[in-house]
Design a binder for this molecule. Structure first.
Ligand code: PLP
Length: 222
């Protein structure tokens, strides 16, 4: 993508985020835009960095390990979030690479991340992913398991920042976002990682603190 394009897409998105925030009576600065760069090469990422974007997200540890060390060397204040499912045996690598992990969804992973953080002396922010639509194939803990998993995460000294979900496809997302927001409130959590390219405005109205936007910034994935 030519850099003028990246620049104007970013400016346009930031303006829409700010407008949605103001409509909701919220401070636009209270919403973190995570640019989801999965599947896109570093050449597509550099123009966004040049345009001022600093927070990015990937969904695979291996892909992130290939792309980000060089980019970070050039721009030390980048922040990288993991938004995809994480295998426990990649916990060490994930803790080393990422500043935040949005896919903490089971006991075994909490244990692995706790150990990895102790070892590394680095504690990335964690979001507990909830399988909000109770879909069979989807990552995330069941709603009924959330209180117990949260207690385990806190006991393992994971810095739990909030909750994350990906609502069922082809359904109105707002009710799922509202349900996740209620679960966050009930459990004393401030962070809400909700909203993607197609629904970030609704997510902002319902309290998103982190929106994860890919295709609206990078174009469609191949
Ligand atoms: C790919 C992805 C996104 C971004 O999706 P877009 O529709 O391209 O904005 C957000 N969150 C997660 C978990 C993803 O895997």
């Amino acid at each position: 993508m030519p850099s003028d394009d990246a620049k104007s897409r970013l400016a346009d998105l930031r303006e829409k985020i700010a407008r949605a925030a103001r409509t909701a009576g919220r401070d636009p600065a209270s919403i973190e835009l995570i640019a989801i760069s999965k599947t896109h090469p570093v050449e597509a990422i550099r123009p966004l960095i040049a345009a001022g974007q600093r927070v990015f997200g990937e969904n695979r540890v291996q892909e992130a390990a290939g792309k980000w060390p060089a980019l970070r060397e050039q721009t030390p204040d980048l922040r990288l979030h993991l938004v995809g499912q994480l295998q426990s045996n990649k916990a060490d690598e994930a803790v080393a690479l990422f500043d935040a992990i949005h896919s903490v969804d089971r006991s075994s992973l909490v244990t692995a991340l706790g150990r990895a953080m102790d070892k590394a002396g680095k504690r990335p922010d964690c979001f507990i992913q909830v399988n909000i639509g109770e879909e069979e194939q989807k990552g995330g803990c069941a709603i009924t398991d959330l209180p117990a998993l949260l207690a385990e995460a806190r006991a393992a000294d994971l810095p739990v920042a909030g909750l994350m979900c990906v609502p069922p496809q082809d359904l109105e997302p707002a009710p799922w976002f509202a349900l996740l927001a209620k679960l966050a409130r009930d459990n004393g959590l401030a962070g809400l990682s909700i909203g993607m390219s197609g629904d970030y405005e609704a997510a902002i109205w319902l309290g998103a603190t982190h929106v994860r936007v890919g295709s609206a910034l990078f174009g469609a994935r191949g």
